[in-house]
Design a protein around this ligand. Structure first.
Ligand code: CO
Length: 211
């Protein structure tokens, strides 16, 4: 344990050295500020490191991660990140990236009681309920799990579009695209679900705000 702990700090020093070898001003430039084009909303899962899987450098991706990449519209943490990303940093893309094999999504398919997290997972269970006819029709459990992961991303993309923050940006004709991706932990590849949206046309009428 001690060994792993010390290794992290050693790795940091090596990383700094390697960055400075390529560009002596690397950190000086980063210290001037950030203008990332992307907000990433992903899962906390240790196997899905946002920057690494898309080859992004520090300064390129503004990141929010939680269990099962959820967009819960009463979550002050998510809303604060979203507001800052959209209204201050003016990101052009928001990516919701789920992943196959997501423990949070899997837990939502079962009746297992884990603890406090049950209350978070309830939001994912709602997604199951919305899509229960499609999901229940999939006999193979692994296939049903994969589809549930995808549908959860679809719902989170729509949930982003429903927020006053994203609709406010669209109302001002700000260039803002929301995308849904699923990462496969088993082969490292990202699947673009092809559900990108840049206005509130695809939302049910009741969610469209007059802005
Ligand atoms: Co996950």
């Amino acid at each position: 344990m001690e060994k792993y702990y010390n290794k992290m700090l050693e790795n940091n020093k090596k990383w700094v050295t390697s960055k400075l070898e390529k560009d002596p001003d690397y950190f000086l430039k980063l210290s001037k500020g950030q203008q990332p084009p992307v907000l990433w909303i992903g899962c906390s899962d240790s196997r899905v490191p946002a920057n690494e899987i898309i080859g992004a450098e520090p300064g390129e991706v503004f990141v929010h991660r939680n269990i099962a990449n959820m967009v819960v519209h009463s979550d002050m943490n998510l809303l604060s990140v979203l507001d800052y990303a959209v209204n201050v940093l003016k990101v052009k893309h928001i990516i919701v990236c789920g992943h196959y094999g997501c423990g949070g999504v899997q837990a939502a398919m079962t009746n297992k009681h884990i603890g406090l997290i049950d209350n978070w997972i309830r939001h994912i269970k709602d997604v199951y309920r919305f899509h229960s006819s499609e999901l229940n029709s999939i006999v193979d459990e692994a296939e049903r799990f994969n589809r549930f992961v995808e549908l959860n991303v679809v719902e989170q993309v729509l949930d982003l579009a429903k927020t006053s923050i994203v609709q406010g940006a669209w109302g001002k004709n700000q260039d803002l695209h929301v995308h849904g991706w699923v990462y496969d932990v088993a082969d490292g590849l990202i699947k673009d679900l092809g559900i990108s949206i840049k206005n509130d046309d695809s939302l049910a009428d009741v969610y469209q705000l007059d802005l």
